[in-house]
Ligand binder design. Structure first.
Ligand SMILES: [Zn+2]
Length: 564
């Protein structure tokens, strides 16, 4: 492709709303343009990247036996009403009305649609298993679309759905997808983690997220370099047994005056004890209206996702000062002794001796508190947020912490949708049973951004080879110089003959501007045809490396051969 005939609207400045490298460089590099908040146009360069990502995904999905379909973007409201999600989804669901007043949603996901297709067309165990996938535009009415392709209102997803006769078979389908996803993300050339995910209210151990490591990611992950374990901080098990304090003789309970001292840090300092011996008492209001007290050791952070899952509620929040006052409690001095609320404790409190809690009285704490002598929690539960340095649940090595972008999620659904929508099959024994489902998503357009988040420098993008818009870029530094023009044209012709995807920068502009654009666009291999032609050499450079290499013009053919 000749740059002079292509569309390379590169920009010197990033748009003011661009905050993260992928947004900045994809716009500046002429890959995408914003139409309206959260809506992007893919320009020729950007579409090339997108298609490459799609094709890698498609190849591995096909290899795994999944069958590609294409479902309508408009999905009838009645299907969403069958599963209850018309109401549950809230404002994020884009709703539209046709001329007859019939309601539809612009699909953010397609469980309902695909389940409807299957219940109408699959009747017998002989037709199962099946795995259908599509690569398609999805919609979500984000309150705050931001970060370019990372959080848009319209985006491209690969979504797949498996259908099996039993949970055992569904697990097999799930495992095949897990393996397939690893192949996909490896071929994309990204540094990623397969993460044990929080399965939400549904529960179960079959949910994994695929997270591309990136500084700007919103996913917080702990992982083990020793054994490969990785989990979201809200799903990671806290190995409290390995983090316990040594046992102690129980001392008599004592109420002490702690004037104006209420934070863990201050109480620790005032009483001269470790924060590990101070137990925080947090009063939570669950979304069903109940108030509970949750205890956790002073050096640990409570994870609200773990709390929400444990109580099987939609949401939970800390009680406000006014609510505490109404319950007769004093903010900063709340404690479990004599408390008229259900008391639960994080596992970090288990086997803790002679610890400190609030005395439910202004400016007082209890010291030398012991369980079960002084109070008894209903249950010890893992509510702790995992963090760097915690022991790995598998191998006990210290965990590392990183942030990343979630680009894939696989999930064993069970019969949630088939029960709700009556997607049954007739089994070998002649009985009707619900089909067991799994769902598997990949954020295709998000992957494009994630690849840039992970692979860039201050000058622009450094595309992984497998998804680069072109493999080779030829820069002719001065097209008015006959020799340079001739050599560059010749290399371009040869590269094309060898089937190498090549962008030939033959534009009439300064060498400096061409180098700037090349760095910004990030094509991996670069041949520079400049003054060296007088000495019969051209220059080669890889986008990721600083070193330059001279190639004699008569060796270029050999060099191109290696690039194929
Ligand atoms: Zn480990």
């Amino acid at each position: 492709m000749r740059a002079s005939q292509y569309f390379l609207p590169t920009l010197k400045e990033a748009p003011s709303e661009a905050e993260v490298p992928s947004h900045i460089f994809l716009v500046r590099g002429g890959f995408i343009r914003q139409l309206a908040a959260g809506l992007y146009e893919y320009l020729p360069l950007g579409l090339r990247v997108l298609k490459k990502i799609e094709n890698i995904i498609r190849k591995h999905m096909d290899d795994a036996g999944a069958l590609e379909v294409l479902l309508p973007i408009l999905t009838p409201a009645e299907l969403w009403q069958e599963t209850g999600r018309w109401d549950v989804y809230g404002k994020e669901l884009f709703r539209v009305e046709d001329r007859k007043g019939r309601l539809f949603a612009l699909g953010p996901t397609h469980e309902e649609t695909i389940t409807d297709l299957v219940r109408k067309n699959i009747r017998s165990y002989k037709d199962l298993p099946k795995n259908f996938y599509q690569i398609q535009t999805k919609f979500r009415d984000e309150a705050r679309p931001r970060y370019g392709l990372i959080r848009g209102r319209e985006f491209i997803m690969k979504d797949a759905y498996s259908f099996d006769v039993s949970e055992e078979m569904a697990v097999k389908s799930y495992e095949i997808m897990k393996e397939t996803y690893n192949k996909i993300f490896s071929e994309l050339g990204l540094d990623y983690l397969m993460v044990e995910a929080d399965t939400g209210a549904i529960g179960g151990k079959y949910s994994h997220e695929f997270v591309v490591k990136a500084a700007n990611g919103e996913a917080h992950i702990v992982y083990c370099e020793n054994c490969g374990y990785a989990a979201n901080v809200e799903a990671a098990k806290y190995e409290f047994e390995l983090d316990k304090l040594p046992p102690e003789e129980e001392k008599p309970l004592e109420k002490v005056h702690t004037p104006n001292v209420s934070s863990v840090e201050d109480v620790a300092k005032f009483l001269g004890v470790s924060p590990k011996k101070i137990v925080k008492t947090l009063i939570y209001i669950l979304s069903d209206g109940t108030a509970v007290a949750v205890l956790i050791r002073g050096d640990r952070e409570l994870n609200e996702t773990k709390l929400i899952n444990y109580f099987n509620v939609n949401d939970a929040r800390l009680a406000t000062s006014e609510e505490l006052e109404k319950m007769g409690l004093v903010e900063g001095f709340v404690g479990p002794i004599g408390l008229d609320l259900p008391v639960y404790a994080d596992v970090s409190v288990q086997d803790l001796h002679n610890f400190v809690v609030g005395a439910n009285e202004k400016d007082y704490h209890y010291i030398n508190v012991n369980i079960p002598r002084d109070f008894k929690p209903i249950e010890f539960v893992d509510f702790s947020t995992a963090r760097e340095g915690d022991p790995c649940p598998n191998c006990k090595a210290p965990l590392k912490e990183t942030t990343g972008l979630e680009v894939g999620h696989i999930f064993l659904l069970g019969t949630k949708y088939s029960d709700a929508m009556k997607a049954y099959f007739v089994d070998k024994d002649g009985k009707e049973k619900p089909i067991v489902m799994g769902c598997y998503g990949i954020g295709v357009s998000r992957l494009m951004a994630a690849a840039v988040e992970q692979n860039h420098d201050e000058n622009g993008i450094i595309w992984p080879e497998s998804i680069a818009p072109f493999k080779l870029q030829i820069l002719a530094l001065n097209m008015k110089d006959e020799k340079i023009k001739e050599v560059a044209e010749n290399i371009y012709k040869k590269a094309k003959e060898k089937g190498i995807e090549v962008l030939f920068d033959d534009r009439e502009m300064s060498a400096g501007a061409k180098f700037k654009d090349a760095d910004l666009i990030g094509i991996p291999h670069r041949i520079v045809v400049g003054k060296g032609v007088k000495n019969n050499v051209v220059e080669y450079q890889h986008r990721a490396k600083k070193e330059k290499e001279e190639i004699p013009i008569d060796k270029v053919d050999e060099f191109l051969e290696k690039l194929r």
